[in-house]
Design a protein. Structure first.
Length: 149
């Protein structure tokens, strides 16, 4: 996150709302939680592997495959979670995003349309896929709030 927006650093540094930092590719997920004695056990949940504490960033590290489970359980426990994740600046939203399941989204909608089925009236569908020249990968943040909160 060294070269990223200072606002992302502020979100990462705050201690009241959990933050999930999805680095992309096959890199592990970094997770900051409000302090509790049972965070390690809670985070492990039903997984076989133990989460790893990373002193350098003062956060937990988990496999990328835990992403959706972490988001669901964090929403249930805390009611909201910040997700910092990569996106491609010129990537456009498409039916592939609208039909997706889970929380992982890298298109320019930053998950706003993710899994929505079809955001009516806003889009002219050209095709299921779209080819563009990619700019450098950037990171952005969204706050996910549990329904009913």
């Amino acid at each position: 996150m060294e070269r990223q927006d200072p606002k992302l650093h502020e979100i990462w540094a705050q201690k009241t709302i959990p933050v999930v930092y999805r680095q992309g590719k096959s890199k592990p997920i970094l997770l900051r939680l409000p302090y509790a004695d049972n965070n390690r056990d809670w985070l492990k949940g039903e997984h076989k592997r133990d989460p790893k504490w990373t002193p350098k960033f003062k956060c937990w590290e988990t496999p990328k495959s835990w992403f959706d489970d972490i988001i669901r359980r964090t929403l249930k426990r805390f009611g909201r979670v910040y997700v910092i994740q990569p996106y491609q600046e010129h990537q456009k939203c498409a039916p592939a995003c609208w039909k997706a399941t889970g929380f992982e989204c890298e298109c320019s909608c930053m998950g706003e349309n993710h899994g929505s089925g079809n955001p009516a009236g806003k889009w002219h569908v050209v095709s299921e896929t779209f080819a563009v020249q990619w700019n450098a990968r950037e990171y952005a943040c969204r706050l996910i709030v549990a329904s009913g909160k």
